[in-house]
Ligand binder design. Structure first.
Ligand SMILES: C[S@@+](CC[C@H](N)C(=O)[O-])C[C@H]1O[C@@H](n2cnc3c(N)ncnc32)[C@H](O)[C@@H]1O
Length: 225
């Protein structure tokens, strides 16, 4: 696929969408298969992303929803007072997340649920968090809109996202491997993590980039600016 130029001057080989877009069912099956690998490499994941998860989520308060919680890697970085609910579309990830709650001795509930059609009432969470997820949603605007809907109007949506590096050499490597990475992980790793907030009726309050621009910590609130 020929990389396309984004308005910010970077390129995105998935600007027109991946060659073979995955459905939610495809993504669920893929992550069912990846769950054991996530478990094996959990220590490395936390070593690399733990400080950033802490930065992004340490002051998440009240009733907290972790969308696409995976194996529950965020859970230990949320304040102990948070009332935790996690959702993920992969059965195996849901099992792993429940195990993580047991392992760290925390209360909470984890459901199998599609982030694009959350089965919660409007305004039912004080804080919505999500990590490394918008790149895997078949329809990221739908999932972000659902996060906005279930978050209280005065609540916060906190995300830790990843995308194409600001460092051109690294970005070009990501462009080169974009299709292979998507096939393997269902992940659009050349995405612009801030691209879909406006369409999802979320206002970005603050965003900060780390690790050569590949990781972005985002604070948003429901509603338009
Ligand atoms: C890269 S993993 C990140 C997991 C976890 N948030 C973390 O930081 O380690 C992406 C996760 O998104 C989940 N996911 C993808 N599409 C989803 C959807 N439509 N609804 C709910 N979960 C979804 C996958 O099953 C997977 O667990």
């Amino acid at each position: 696929m020929v990389p396309q130029r984004r308005s910010n001057g970077t390129t995105d080989s998935h600007a027109g969408g991946p060659a073979r877009p995955l459905s939610s069912e495809d993504v669920a099956a893929l992550y069912d298969g990846l769950a054991a690998q996530y478990d094996r490499w959990d220590w490395a994941n936390r070593l690399f992303s733990g400080p950033l998860r802490k930065r992004a989520f340490a002051d998440a308060g009240g009733r907290v929803l972790d969308v696409a919680c995976g194996a529950g890697t965020n859970f230990r970085y949320l304040p102990p007072t948070a009332q935790l609910v996690g959702v993920d579309i992969s059965d195996e990830m849901v099992e792993a997340a429940r195990d993580e709650l047991d392992a760290i001795g925390r209360g909470g509930t984890v459901y199998r649920m599609d982030a694009q059609a959350l089965q919660f009432p409007d305004d039912s969470f004080d804080t919505v968090v999500s990590a490394l997820s918008t790149c895997t949603f078949p329809d990221p605007v739908a999932a972000l809109s659902e996060m906005a809907r279930v978050c209280r109007p005065d609540g916060r949506v906190l995300l830790l996202e990843h995308g194409r590096s600001d460092v051109e050499l690294v970005g070009r490597f990501q462009d080169w491997r974009a299709d292979a990475h998507y096939e393997r992980h269902g992940c659009r790793w050349t995405q612009d993590p801030l691209a879909h907030f406006e369409a999802a009726d979320l206002t970005v309050v603050e965003s900060e980039s780390f690790l050569l621009g590949m990781i972005t910590v985002i604070e948003a609130r429901p509603g338009s600016a």
